[in-house]
Ligand binder design. Structure first.
Ligand code: ADP
Length: 323
């Protein structure tokens, strides 16, 4: 491999810049040229490519978002779109790709890699922590901290009024953000897709009276079709239990922003260096994962399988600590 391309795709996450920096520097360290591809797969199709030197990634480790920009690109889901993307690679002399993104981006990477026999290494860049084969993803820790701080602030006003607050957080089909931020912020419960799919968590909570003491309650909710989201849950409570003073707070995009935490910067740096190491070891079509604090190569197929289970232990911790 003489020249790699690096891109960020899908939802952005804090720490993506730290990953771009590490990939760039590790490649150059090993005598490999680097080209930055702007706006994800869209830029690969459009030929929006710039050669990166070590100083192209100076002073970005502390910045949220991604200097490469990101995009969603439906064209890449088509055979014709991917053909144009491949032509860009040939024209630019790019032999391999590092794709930083979530489950959708890695699904696309997997298809593209198989179609054109291109070596691709993926980095899990998403606040949702919804990829298999890695304990954590780049951006997750920062998002958790952001949510925790927001919930702390909501608590101040909630306790002054004895209210029931539903706080909606991101996560798509994955309840890790909601569950762990509920634990971190001392919330009463987390309504998450993995559990909601089996039982009516709201009914259960109401039955238990939310809390034995008569204070305010905060319930973290994953934004997802399965949970219905915070607004729908609040509506149900208002209709069925008018005695509760219900409020909703949807944290939205602020969860994606901010300067990455130390954990995320370190994780992204390790994973970025590991991506280049993977190429040197002739690995391809793997996502870099981290398990028990060791770098691991996870085949794309396994990384994107929708089978991530929620931790029973974490559920138990929340249950016990919120009585
Ligand atoms: P994320 O990577 O954060 O999960 P998306 O699911 O929006 O975000 O996916 C990002 C991009 O990855 C999509 O806009 C598309 O370009 C590409 N992608 C997703 N799924 C596929 C697929 N099945 N085939 C090809 N490309 C895909």
């Amino acid at each position: 491999i003489k020249c790699i391309g690096v891109l960020t795709s899908g939802g952005d996450a804090p720490g993506m810049n730290a990953a771009i920096r590490a990939v760039t520097r590790a490649a150059i360290f090993n005598g490999i040229r680097v080209k930055g591809i702007y706006k994800g797969y869209r830029g690969l199709i459009a030929g929006d490519v710039v050669e990166f030197k070590t100083d192209s990634v100076s002073n970005i480790i502390q910045r949220g978002g991604t200097i490469l920009k990101t995009a969603r690109c439906d064209e890449f889901k088509t055979i014709e779109g991917r053909k144009v993307a491949y032509e860009t690679m040939t024209r630019e002399g790019i032999n391999a790709l590092v794709v930083i993104g979530g489950d959708g981006s890695l699904t696309g990477a997997n298809i593209f890699a198989n179609e054109y026999n291109i070596p691709i290494v993926g980095l899990p860049g998403t606040i949702d922590n919804d990829l298999n084969g890695t304990d954590v993803t780049i951006g997750y820790d920062t998002a958790l901290n952001t949510i925790m701080e927001a919930v702390d602030k909501i608590r101040d006003t909630a306790t002054s009024h004895e209210r029931l607050f539903f706080i909606e957080v991101m996560g798509r089909n994955c309840g890790y953000l909601a569950l762990n931020s509920a634990i971190a912020a001392g919330a009463e419960a987390a309504i998450i897709p993995e559990i909601s799919i089996e039982k009516d968590q709201l009914a259960e909570l109401i039955e238990q009276g939310f809390r034995k003491s008569k204070n305010s309650s905060m319930v973290l909710v994953t934004e997802s079709e399965v949970t219905g989201g915070a607004l729908k849950l609040a509506e149900r409570v208002k209709n069925e239990y008018p005695q509760y003073d219900v409020r909703v707070s949807i944290l939205g995009h602020l969860q994606r922003g901010g300067s990455p935490s130390a954990q995320d910067r370190i994780l992204a740096s390790r994973m970025g260096v590991a991506a280049i190491q993977a190429f040197l070891e002739d690995q391809r079509n793997v996502m870099i994962g981290i398990r028990e604090n060791e770098i691991d190569y996870v085949p794309f197929q396994r990384a994107i399988k929708k089978e991530r289970e929620i931790s029973e232990e974490l559920l138990e911790v929340l249950r016990i600590s919120s009585i």
